[in-house]
Design a protein around this ligand. Structure first.
Ligand SMILES: [Zn+2]
Length: 376
């Protein structure tokens, strides 16, 4: 029998019982849903149509609950619907310890307050992600922004000036570095790459076609965020002398072993040699992962020879996916995709670095965007 039915029977049998306060049915009165701890329940007081306040108390800290209507409760109890008051509280789990106790207190007018027993909760989704709030747009520096929503408890906002969508509650550098682990490479990255192998080969061939007119005699290319190194392998098959960097040591090891590529495991913005004089620097589906795209693009620009080109291909906030689905878009994962770029934000990045944009293009749905920019 459900908690609601039991309570209804109890209250009907003992009609002199003036009040009841309960959480919704076990086992789910307290759940962790993504980044939020949800507490739901209802209260009835026959002597008062208005509980003064419902509060959720978690380890001594008080949170106000939002009031809701509960026609289901009123119907079960055969009550005037105005007497059945629902409540729901959604608490950001970053404010909570990993384990704790929660109870609900309701204060009724002209009557004693009621309390539920303490209930243990435990974060089912793992420890909260440690975050640092990003105060201004990392691309253009403007503070004005519109919050788009949150995913996994992490907010994203669109910059009012350059229109990039960026993670506001950014996981700390230590968390981000740990995320790109050997397990991530083996269990997430590599299977996704294998599943799209043919499409990626076609895509890389198109990117290499765009680079071809800018190739110098030495054909020197550097890739930021190589992953397994397959783009560099494709570039080598067309005669490029490629090098690259990736933060994931397991990915770098794989590329060295499988394809004998010249790769370095390091954060991208520290490894581009500014005196290298490359013909081309490429960031293919990596810039959205990097915390400081401004610094990366500036270093990439400095590493080009005059006439050399920077090519960026990345995720876009202005295509079908984000436009129609918003924060429910599969492009959104604010702990990994720290940015969903706009054309104006990419233009800002390359021009700030002293480059001349030659070409912008998108995929068919507009969910990915490219820029090719030339060192003058
Ligand atoms: Zn901006």
């Amino acid at each position: 029998m459900s908690r609601l039915s039991e309570s209804a029977g109890f209250l009907r049998r003992r009609t002199r019982t003036p009040a009841i306060l309960t959480l919704d049915e076990p086992p789910g009165p307290v759940t962790i849903d993504g980044g939020t701890l949800l507490v739901r329940g209802w209260a009835v007081h026959r002597a008062s149509r208005d509980p003064g306040e419902v509060q959720v108390v978690i380890d001594g800290e008080r949170f106000s609950a939002r009031r809701t209507v509960r026609p289901d409760v009123a119907q079960h109890l055969e009550l005037d619907p105005a007497l059945a008051v629902g409540f729901t509280a959604a608490i950001d789990r970053r404010r909570l310890a990993h384990r704790g106790h929660v109870r609900v207190e309701a204060t009724f007018e002209r009557a004693a307050s009621l309390k539920t027993p303490d209930i243990n909760f435990e974060h089912l989704a793992g420890d909260p992600v440690p975050v640092e709030e990003v105060g201004t747009c990392p691309v253009c520096g403007d503070a004005e922004r519109q919050i788009e929503g949150s995913s996994d408890g992490l907010r994203m906002a669109r910059c009012a000036t350059c229109a990039v969508v960026y993670t506001v509650d950014r996981p700390t550098p230590g968390f981000l570095a740990a995320r790109y682990s050997a397990a991530y490479f083996a269990d997430e990255y590599l299977p996704a790459l294998e599943a799209e192998a043919d499409a990626m080969a076609t895509h890389w061939s198109m990117l290499l076609d765009l680079l071809e007119p800018h190739r110098g005699a030495a054909s020197r290319l550097f890739e930021i965020g190589t992953g397994a190194g397959r783009f560099l392998r494709a570039a080598r098959q067309r005669g490029w002398d490629g090098r690259g960097v990736d933060i994931n040591a397991a990915a770098v090891e794989y590329g060295r072993r499988e394809y004998e590529l010249d790769l370095v495991a390091a954060p991208a913005d520290t490894e581009i040699n500014p005196t290298a004089g490359y013909d081309a620097v490429v960031s293919e589906m990596s810039l959205e992962h990097l915390p400081d795209p401004h610094a990366v693009v500036a270093r990439a620009a400095a590493a080009l020879r005059p006439g050399g080109v920077l090519m960026i291909f990345t995720v876009c906030a202005d295509g079908d996916s984000f436009t129609s689905l918003g924060m429910a878009s599969p492009l959104v994962g604010p702990a990994e995709h720290l940015f969903l770029f706009s054309q104006s934000s990419l233009e800002r990045l390359v021009t700030d670095a002293g480059l001349e944009p030659l070409l912008f293009w998108t995929d068919e749905a507009g969910d990915s965007i490219g820029v090719l920019a030339r060192h003058p």
